[in-house]
Design a protein around this ligand. Structure first.
Ligand code: NAG
Ligand code: NAG
Ligand code: NAG
Ligand code: NAG
Ligand code: NAG
Ligand code: NAG
Ligand code: NAG
Ligand code: NAG
Ligand code: NAG
Ligand code: NAG
Length: 510
């Protein structure tokens, strides 16, 4: 994950104390927000020899200052030569993220977007979920829904939907209608706040919070009767799990994984629901980078809606759902500032700004940092309200969404809401709502190894084609909006729909 956005460079007058504090903050945030090789990143920060301040909004997520202080102190002693832990976790992270000091490209296999499309087709037959031992009314309903979706009549676009952004508008529309009419979700009451039944609505992990809140408040889909439920929701927050149980400076998330395992085993033994389908009618949402790890073991059978939708950490196309990473600055007004300039008023070819997290961004900066048509920055001068950054997005044709430590970045949704065509440079990242949206119709995918050709790729797209993509971005963005009272086809409904769709299409016919 990355924190996206701008970093505030220290002014010349800044005292040494503040400088030190700045580094520590970055280290804390790095520790807390990412699956990273901690010590490599520290050396990178030091070699960068400049401290960055990070947006205040991150602090609104972590309001326990003593937690922060402890981590600060510890991280700082880490900076000054204490030896790194050699846990299996650290090793795993190191393999996954590469060496930050000498950024090198990923050598593991890469699944291109067209291979992902193939995988989606295959998944429909290979990922059948276990059907109930006793055929129930619910199963009959799901099989009937599947048949209707697969034989959906042709829909023209009088529906108000814009056909080109979907894989198949007829299927999507049909499935959405049936969901609206039929779907019932049972929410487990077990689990205590804050890890369960609680939410954070701001910051970069906000999407899990918004979904959980809107689901718990929902009247239409939620049922108190588990016998009529098509889906079972485990209402945990990966971010609050981390804030509550992560032991500062332990550099280990093992206890978080254990906690979820224990909770799952409790649900399996306490209720008959799990065993009916071995968990395949269960789902959860998690936006924190660690959520894929926290939902291993038996939870792998569930439909996991994850922001960190990385094939390499076990994301299953056709079963799991790619949850959009939405950076919500104000929960009162999540739609602030949306929109952007028309194509003729976008003089910048492509734009990127952000921390040099992970192995991809330094390569991007090295190749294109001095380009005059593209604006590729490590950091930008800060202007109140992030205006500079947002203005760049609103006046660039393409916005680069390069992975940080993890594959997902708030930039993908930001590009859409500021009408900027996203250029995704993040191998093995499955983009949001992959099962229904035709991403290639409104976004550009560039493999990490092809960063050297980035400009050539963008210049090879005709003006006509660009304008077409721009128009599609403007249509698709509405599906990435949070509303405190959900509206048709908004983010709440799109997430629920993808979970439903992956459940229904994996039903085995009789
Ligand atoms: C922050 O503190 C408030 C009040 O003390 C509490 O209600 C809230 O749950 C806390 N949030 C987090 C993320 O710990
Ligand atoms: C804050 O975090 C510290 C260290 O993890 C913990 O001991 C303390 O109980 C927490 N306080 C609150 C109010 O959550
Ligand atoms: C690092 O540790 C050494 C030896 O303990 C000490 O002299 C030095 O001041 C420390 N550096 C910082 C930046 O704290
Ligand atoms: C760290 O782990 C590696 C791989 O298991 C091992 O070879 C090495 O000896 C360990 N180093 C320390 C200091 O424990
Ligand atoms: C969309 O799905 C329907 C129903 O399965 C099918 O008849 C139609 O050919 C599909 N359209 C496209 C463009 O694939
Ligand atoms: C309907 O779809 C066609 C292409 O399939 C597109 O050109 C047209 O603009 C769409 N109309 C509406 C109202 O979305
Ligand atoms: C596991 O769950 C049980 C109750 O289901 C609880 O008593 C126990 O403390 C939990 N253990 C851990 C390590 O969380
Ligand atoms: C579900 O099956 C497991 C064995 O796989 C068993 O241990 C558990 O008790 C069963 N749960 C219920 C509620 O019967
Ligand atoms: C249920 O899933 C587990 C893996 O989570 C697997 O080991 C077990 O064999 C499955 N049980 C059935 C009945 O399919
Ligand atoms: C970019 O320009 C700076 C200043 O002129 C120079 O030091 C640097 O080497 C250039 N980088 C590249 C990749 O050309």
């Amino acid at each position: 994950m990355d924190h996206g956005f701008l970093h505030y460079p220290c002014s010349k007058q800044t005292t040494r104390l503040i400088w030190v504090f700045g580094i520590s903050l970055v280290v804390v945030l790095t520790l807390q927000y990412s699956e990273l090789p901690i010590f490599n990143s520290i050396s990178l920060l030091l070699s960068g020899a400049k401290a960055s301040f990070v947006r205040e909004s991150y602090f609104s997520n972590a309001n326990n200052t003593s937690f922060m202080q402890q981590d600060l102190k510890d991280s700082y002693s880490g900076v000054n030569g204490s030896s790194p832990k050699n846990s299996s976790e650290e090793r795993e992270k190191n393999t996954q993220n590469g060496d930050l000091k000498k950024p090198k490209m990923e050598t593991l296999p890469v699944m291109s977007i067209s291979q992902m499309n193939e995988e989606l087709k295959k998944s429909r037959s290979s990922l059948y979920s276990v059907t109930s031992q006793v055929s129930s009314l619910v199963d009959q309903q799901l099989l009937e829904a599947k048949s209707q979706i697969e034989n959906a009549a042709f829909t023209n676009n009088d529906s108000g939907l814009y056909a080109p952004i979907y894989r198949n508008i007829s299927t999507f529309k049909r499935s959405y209608e049936i969901m609206n009419r039929m779907l019932k979700v049972y929410i487990y009451k077990d689990g205590e706040k804050p890890i369960f039944h609680d939410w954070i609505l701001e910051g970069i992990y906000a999407s899990e919070g918004w979904f959980l809140k809107l689901m718990e408040e929902n009247k239409q889909f939620v049922t108190e009767d588990p016998n009529e439920a098509h889906l079972f929701y485990v209402p945990f927050s990966s971010r609050l799990l981390e804030l509550t149980l992560y032991v500062p400076h332990s550099h280990s998330r093992e206890n978080l994984i254990q906690f979820m395992k224990n909770h799952t085993e409790m649900l399996i033994s306490k209720y008959p629901f799990w065993n009916r389908t071995n968990g395949s009618d269960h789902f959860l949402t998690g936006c924190h980078d660690w959520a894929p790890a926290e939902t291993r073991g038996r939870l792998l059978n569930t439909i996991r809606a994850l922001c960190n939708a990385d094939i390499r950490t076990g994301f299953k196309i056709g079963k799991d759902v790619s949850l959009p990473t939405t950076y919500v600055r104000s929960s009162k007004n999540p739609l602030k500032d949306i929109g952007g300039n028309p194509p003729t008023q976008r003089p910048i070819l492509a734009f990127f700004a952000g921390h040099m997290h992970g192995y991809v961004r330094p390569v991007l900066l090295n190749h294109w940092g001095n380009d005059t048509d593209m604006r590729i920055f490590a950091r930008m001068p800060h202007v109140k309200g992030n205006k500079n950054y947002i203005d760049h997005m609103k006046s660039s044709k393409y916005c680069i969404c390069a992975r940080g430590f993890a594959v997902h970045s708030p930039r993908v949704v930001e590009s859409l809401i500021y009408d900027c065509v996203p250029v995704i440079i993040s191998d093995n990242y499955v983009p949001p709502f992959f099962e229904v949206l035709n991403w290639e119709s409104f976004a550009v995918f560039v493999l990490e190894k092809d960063i050297v050709n980035l400009k050539k790729v963008l210049l090879s797209i005709s003006e006509e084609k660009y304008v077409e993509m721009y128009e599609r971005v403007k249509k698709v963005k509405e599906q990435f909006f949070w509303h405190s009272e959900p509206v048709k086809y908004d983010l709440f409904h799109m997430i629920l729909h993808s979970v439903w769709y992956n459940r229904v299409l994996r039903m085995k016919g009789i």
